[in-house]
Design a protein around this ligand. Structure first.
Ligand SMILES: Nc1ncnc2c1ncn2[C@@H]1O[C@H](COP(=O)(O)OP(=O)(O)OP(=O)(O)O)[C@@H](O)[C@H]1O
Length: 253
């Protein structure tokens, strides 16, 4: 049964269709890779699925709910979350505080307002802090727990972003270019963490230009071109597809 079902989704800017009647399905626990040339519509498709830019036409269903017009934080409550191409960490907060902030409610209100610190709220605060520490351990970020996030490397920022979405107990994570600006050692580290999370049952859709890493990570791949799906299926076959080779301007991918 599908966890996520995208049906004929279109998103336009002016008269230009950035995403043009795209349909796809994602099963529980699947790891789907999405590649495509610059401007193919990948990020716009993510924004439609995650709710930052709802589609102009089509339908999106997640865990049996019609989420086509649902706000991003309500999608997150259902277990559907995304990261961004350019990480959106709070630069002046520490790594640990960044994870705590992700657990705050969508209005940005603190979970534990100083004026209403009841015992149960304090206990809740301690639980959230411990959960953040557990996630930092898992991501091998414990040693930078109290470092300001703005000073981290590109790869570490991607891991912090992953940590922030893990605070929300997701069932499906949309990862937007997790390897961009990341050194090869950390690319492998991120792949390992994603594989482990996937093995625990979290489904992923990963947008990435780094095709070899994406191929090794994905169960299935889609290549987009000019707002549409050009090829879909086994990652090796998809990348060998002549239409895909052509879209990448005849280069060997
Ligand atoms: N807010 C916007 N206003 C106008 N055009 C937009 C907007 N966002 C995206 N586009 C256009 O829609 C098309 C698809 O963009 P999108 O960012 O989704 O592509 P992409 O596949 O993610 O590209 P890249 O790999 O370069 O990030 C592009 O032509 C882009 O210029």
């Amino acid at each position: 049964m599908s966890l996520l079902k995208v049906e004929a989704v279109t998103r336009q800017f002016g008269g230009f269709k950035a995403v043009d009647e795209v349909s796809l399905q994602l099963a529980s626990g699947e790891l789907l890779g999405i590649a495509g040339t610059n401007g193919a519509g990948k990020s716009t498709l993510f924004a439609a699925i995650a709710g930052q830019q709802p589609p102009d036409a089509g339908q999106i269903r997640f865990a049996e709910h019609d989420i086509t017009r649902l706000a991003p934080h309500r999608r997150a409550r259902l277990g559907l979350v995304r990261t961004f191409q350019i990480p959106r960490e709070f630069k002046s907060l520490t790594v640990h505080e960044n994870l705590l902030a992700a657990a705050a409610n969508p209005q940005g209100e603190r979970l534990f307002n100083a004026f209403v610190q009841t015992r149960s709220l304090r206990e809740h605060e301690a639980q959230i802090a411990a959960k953040a520490d557990g996630i930092l351990q898992f991501l091998n970020l414990a040693r930078v727990r109290d470092v300001k996030a703005g000073g981290l490397s590109g790869g570490q920022k991607k891991l912090v972003e992953l940590g922030r979405v893990l605070m929300l107990d997701p069932r499906c994570i949309l990862l937007d270019e997790p390897f961009a600006g990341v050194n090869p050692v950390l690319i492998e580290e991120i792949c390992e963490r994603v594989r482990e999370l996937n093995a625990r049952g979290i489904a992923f859709i990963v947008i990435e230009h780094h095709l070899q890493a994406l191929k090794s990570l994905s169960n299935r791949m889609i290549v987009m071109d000019r707002g549409r799906i050009l090829a879909e299926g086994d990652p090796h076959r998809v990348l060998d597809d002549p239409r895909v080779q052509e879209a990448y301007m005849g280069g060997v991918v």
